[in-house]
Design a protein around this ligand. Structure first.
Ligand SMILES: [Zn+2]
Ligand SMILES: [Zn+2]
Length: 813
C-alpha cells in the first residue's frame, strides 16, 4: 500500500465541516470546574485578515485549547469593534452604507477566524454596532451623568472650512484636511461631552502596583507616564495694576524667587484679554500650528503680551508671555519660568533674551553666576536670594512656602495629573448616539432609561458636510421633549468608539441579557480575565479606559473586581521583507492565500515557532515550508505506525520514552510560564527525529503511547492535524476534550548527568555518569580522573564534598 500523503486541504475542510456546531467550544454555565477566561482584543472589522493579524489569535487559541485539556472551564469569545471612522470613510469614498460594509466584513472575517481553527464560543459573539449592545453604552452614560461623572464643556475640535465639518485627529494630515490637502485645519471651540476619568486618576495610578505581576512592565510604565502625577503647588501671580490672579502650577515653588516671566498656554482664557491686533492672530496661528503637529516635538515659540505680572512672594514685576509648550490641560495652563533651575525654561528665556536669576545653590557648593551659566541647575539645594526663605533646604522650603501661600490666600499645595478628562463627543455618524435631548423650554434632558436604546438610523446619506452627519436626519433629530412634550432636538454627536471597547469583555459573560448589561453573578464567576492578549499599541487609551470603566462599574455596585484583567500579554509584530505588514508596503500575505497554499495548521505552527511570542517574527516562505514539511512528516509517521511495533522492548524504547517525556515536560512548562512555544515546537521536532531514527525498533506498547501523546501535544498548535490523527488512531471524541498528558519526571531526565569536578572550588574537569550514581562511586571516579590526579600530586586530601548528579569538590592542602 502506498504511503498516505499529508493533504492539508482535504483534512482541514473535513474538520471545518464537523466544527460548524457553534456549541462545540462553548463555555459551560454553572460548571464545577475551575474557570479560565482567555481573551484576545476584539478586532476592527476592516476587511480581511492577513497573517500579520492572526498572531495574537493563534497564541490565545493555543492557550485556550491547552487549558481545556488541563480541565478548565474555558471562556474564549470573539466579537467586533464595529463602530468607527473607517466604515464612515468607506461610506463617503465608495458610497457604501457603513452598516452593510461592516456586516460584510464581519461575515468575511468570521469565516477566516473559523477557517484558522480558532476555538471560539461563537454563541457569545458581540458586535458593538448592535443596538442591544450599545444601548448599554447609553445606559452607562446616563448613570455617569447622574453621578456627575459625565459633563459638558466647550472644547476645541479640528474644523475643515472647505468641508464645513469637524475632522477626527486621524483625518488631519500634516495640518491639512485629508480630503483637501491644501486646506489648513482650523481649531473651533464647541460644546462637547466629557467623562471625568480624572476623578479616578489617583486609583488608576496607585492600583498599578497590583498589576505588576501579570502585566508587562513597559505597559505599566506607559500608563504611569500617561497619568503623570506631580506634587507641587498652585500659586497666584497678579496681573499688574489689577487684582486679577494668574494661577500657575509648579513642582518647584522653592525656586519662585528665580521666576523671570509667567508663560500662558495660547488657549488660556486670560489671553484674549491681554492681546489684540496682530498678536491675536499670531496666537491663533500658534494654536493651529500646534494642533496640526500634535503634542510631539514642536519648536518652542513665545509671544510677549506687553503685560506684566507680580510675584506674590518677591513682589517682583515680571513679563507675561504666551508659549506653545505650555499645555492648557496640564496643571493650570500657566507656568512661571525659572530659567536658572529648569532646562526648558532656560532654553526659552535664552531664546528671547529674558534674564536668568539663580536662587538655589548646591548643598556643598556656591550659587551659579547668571552671566556664565551654560545650563540650568535643576536639583534640590539651598535657597539664596529668596527673602526670608534664604538658607532653607529646597524640600523644607516647598512645605513652608506652600503653607504660607495657603495661609495668606494666594495658593496651596496641589497635585496635578497629566491625564485629562475623556472627551467622548464625536461629530461622526457611525457610533453610539448620545442619549440627550435639548428642549428650548427645559434645556438639556437625559433620555429616560425606558426609551433606550436611542437607535442610530441606518441607510442615511453621509455627505461629509455639516457639524455632524446626524444633524441632517430630521426623523432622528426631531423628538418630543420627555419632560414637557414640546418639540425638541436630539444630541447629534455620537460616542467615541473607545467606549465600546471599554467593557465588551463583560458582555461576553452574559451576551443576550436584555434587562441589564450583564448579570453580576456571572461576572463574579468569570472575572478578572485570566489572560488578555493584544498589541502594545493599546498600552494607553484602551487599557486605561477599560480600567477606568471597571472601577466606575464597581462604584455603581455592578461588579466586585477592581481591575479587568489579571494578566496581559503583548505579542510582537509580524515582519515580512524587513517591514511590518501593510498594504502600502505591498508585503501583505493574505490569510486566505496562506491557507490555500499551506493550510491553517502550518500558519499557526509557523507563527508560534518562528520566535518567542513577545518578539517580532519574520514571515518567510522557507519558514512556512519548513513548518509544512514537519506536519507532513508527523502525519506520515503516525499513519504508517498505527498498530505497529516490535514484540520485545529494547534500548530504542528507553530513548523514545525519554524524548517523549522531555517534550511533554518542555511544552507543559512553556504553557505554564513564558509561552516560548518556539521551544515547545522544537521539542516536538526533536521527538520526531528520534522516532524516525529508531522507528523499526520501537515496541508495540511504547509505539502506542508515543503516537497518542504526540497527537495530544499537537492539539494546541495544529488542531486539524491532531483531530485527523486521533481518528487515525481509532480514537473518538474531540482531542480538546482529552486530558493533557502528564510527564514522568523520572523518564524526562537526561540519561547521563554531567558532574563538575572542582579542586578547592576551582573547575578542573567534567565526567558523565548515569543519573543517580551513588556518592562513593562519584568520589572514586573524581579522585581517579587523570587531570585531577596530577593536581593532587604531593598534596593532602582534607575533604571531598559530593552533590549527587552535580559536582564533586575536593579540598586539598
Ligand atoms: Zn476638507
Ligand atoms: Zn421640555
Amino acid at each position: 500500500m502506498p504511503e498516505k500523503q499529508y493533504d492539508h486541504n482535504q483534512i482541514e475542510l473535513k474538520w471545518q465541516e464537523r466544527w460548524k456546531d457553534s456549541a462545540l467550544f462553548a463555555a459551560e454555565e454553572n460548571s464545577s470546574k475551575p474557570k479560565y477566561y482567555v481573551l484576545e482584543m476584539l478586532p476592527y472589522p476592516s476587511g480581511t485578515l492577513h497573517i500579520g493579524h492572526i498572531r495574537n489569535y493563534t497564541i490565545g487559541d493555543a492557550l485556550a485549547r491547552y487549558k481545556r485539556m488541563c480541565g478548565f472551564n474555558v471562556l474564549h469569545p470573539m466579537g467586533w469593534d464595529a463602530f468607527g471612522l473607517p466604515a464612515e470613510n468607506a461610506a463617503i469614498a465608495n458610497k457604501r452604507d457603513p452598516y452593510e460594509w461592516t456586516m460584510f466584513n464581519i461575515e468575511n472575517m468570521k469565516r477566516q477566524h473559523r477557517r484558522m481553527g480558532f476555538s471560539y464560543d461563537w454563541s457569545r459573539e458581540v458586535a458593538t454596532c448592535d443596538p442591544e449592545y450599545y444601548r448599554w453604552n447609553q445606559w452607562f452614560f446616563l448613570k455617569m451623568l447622574e453621578r456627575g461623572l459625565a459633563y459638558r464643556k466647550e472644547a476645541l475640535v479640528n474644523w475643515c472650512p472647505e468641508c464645513g465639518t469637524v475632522l477626527a485627529n486621524e483625518q488631519v494630515v500634516d495640518g491639512c484636511c485629508w480630503r483637501h490637502d491644501s486646506t489648513p485645519v482650523e481649531q473651533r471651540a464647541i460644546e462637547q461631552w466629557f467623562l471625568r476619568i480624572t476623578s479616578y486618576a489617583d486609583e488608576l495610578l496607585s492600583a498599578i502596583k497590583d498589576l505588576e505581576e501579570g502585566w508587562p512592565e513597559r505597559v505599566l510604565l506607559m500608563q504611569r507616564n500617561w497619568i503623570g502625577r506631580s506634587e507641587g503647588a498652585e500659586i497666584d501671580f497678579y496681573l499688574e495694576e489689577t487684582d486679577k490672579p494668574i494661577r500657575v502650577f509648579t513642582t518647584r515653588v522653592d525656586t519662585i524667587y528665580g521666576a523671570t516671566c509667567v508663560v500662558l498656554a495660547p488657549e488660556h482664557p486670560l489671553v484674549s484679554g491681554l492681546v489684540s491686533g496682530e498678536t491675536k492672530s499670531q496666537v491663533k496661528r500658534m494654536i493651529d500650528a500646534r494642533a496640526a503637529k500634535g503634542p510631539g516635538d514642536i519648536e518652542k515659540e513665545g509671544l510677549f503680551t506687553g503685560k506684566f505680572a507680580v510675584n506674590p512672594f518677591s513682589g517682583e514685576r515680571i513679563p507675561i508671555w504666551i508659549g506653545n509648550f505650555v499645555l492648557m490641560g496640564y496643571g493650570t495652563g500657566a507656568i512661571m519660568a525659572v530659567p536658572a533651575h529648569d532646562q526648558r525654561d532656560f532654553e526659552f528665556c535664552k531664546q528671547y533674551g529674558l534674564p536668568v536669576w539663580p536662587v538655589i545653590r548646591p548643598r556643598d557648593g556656591s550659587l551659579a553666576d547668571a552671566a556664565t551659566m551654560k545650563e540650568a541647575f535643576p536639583n534640590d539645594g539651598v535657597l539664596e536670594n529668596s527673602g526670608a526663605f534664604s538658607g532653607l533646604a529646597s524640600e523644607e522650603a516647598r512645605r513652608v512656602m506652600s503653607a504660607k501661600a495657603e495661609a495668606e490666600g494666594f495658593g496651596k499645595a496641589a497635585v496635578t495629573f497629566r491625564i485629562k478628562d475623556w472627551g467622548i463627543s464625536r461629530q461622526r455618524y457611525w457610533g453610539t448616539p448620545i442619549p440627550i435631548i435639548y428642549c428650548p423650554k427645559c434645556g438639556m434632558v437625559p433620555v429616560p432609561e425606558k426609551d433606550l436604546p436611542v437607535v442610530l438610523p441606518l441607510g442615511i446619506a453621509i455627505t461629509g458636510k455639516g457639524r455632524s452627519p446626524l444633524e441632517n436626519v430630521p426623523e432622528f433629530m426631531n423628538v418630543k421633549c420627555p419632560k414637557c412634550g414640546e418639540g425638541a432636538r436630539r444630541e447629534s454627536d455620537t460616542m467615541d468608539t473607545f467606549i465600546d471597547s471599554s467593557w465588551y469583555f463583560y458582555r461576553y459573560c452574559d451576551p443576550h441579557n436584555s434587562s441589564a448589561p450583564f448579570d453580576s453573578k456571572k461576572i463574579a464567576y468569570w472575572f478578572p480575565i485570566d489572560q488578555y492578549i493584544g498589541g502594545v499599541e493599546h498600552a494607553i487609551l484602551h487599557l486605561i479606559y477599560s480600567r477606568f470603566w471597571t472601577k466606575m462599574m464597581r462604584d455603581l455596585g455592578l461588579i466586585a473586581n477592581d481591575e479587568p484583567a489579571a494578566r496581559l500579554f503583548t505579542q510582537g509584530m509580524v515582519i515580512k521583507d524587513g517591514a511590518k505588514m501593510s498594504k502600502s508596503k505591498g508585503n501583505v500575505v493574505s490569510a486566505d492565500d496562506m491557507i490555500a497554499r499551506y493550510g491553517a495548521d502550518t500558519g499557526r505552527l509557523f507563527e508560534l515557532f518562528a520566535a518567542p511570542p513577545e518578539k517580532e517574527m519574520d514571515w518567510t516562505d522557507a519558514g512556512a515550508n519548513g513548518a509544512y514539511s514537519f506536519l507532513g512528516r508527523v502525519y506520515r509517521f503516525v499513519t504508517r505506525n498505527v498498530g505497529q511495533g516490535v514484540a520485545e522492548p529494547g534500548e530504542a524504547d528507553k530513548k523514545v520514552l525519554r524524548k517523549l517525556h522531555q517534550a511533554l515536560k518542555q511544552i507543559t512548562n512553556d504553557f505554564e510560564s513564558r509561552w516560548h512555544f518556539n521551544t515547545s515546537i522544537a521539542a516536538l521536532m526533536g521527538l520526531l527525529n528520534v522516532l524516525t531514527d529508531v522507528e523499526e525498533q520501537i515496541s508495540a506498547p511504547v509505539m502506542s503511547e508515543v503516537l497518542e501523546k504526540l497527537t495530544l501535544m499537537l492539539e494546541p498548535f495544529a488542531p486539524y492535524l491532531a483531530e485527523e490523527l486521533w481518528e487515525e488512531l481509532g480514537r473518538t471524541g474531540p482531542v480538546f476534550r482529552q486530558s493533557w498528558p502528564e510527564y514522568d519526571p523520572q523518564l524526562a531526565r537526561e540519561e547521563e548527568a554531567e558532574i563538575v569536578i572542582q579542586v578547592n572550588g576551582k573547575l578542573r574537569g567534567r565526567i558523565f555518569v548515569d543519573f543517580g550514581t551513588p556518592r562513593e562511586t562519584l568520589e572514586k571516579l573524581a579522585l581517579g580522573d587523570a587531570k585531577v590526579q596530577a593536581l593532587l600530586d604531593g598534596k593532602n586530601v582534607v575533604k571531598v564534598i559530593v552533590v549527587p548528579d552535580k559536582l564533586v569538590n575536593i579540598v586539598v592542602k
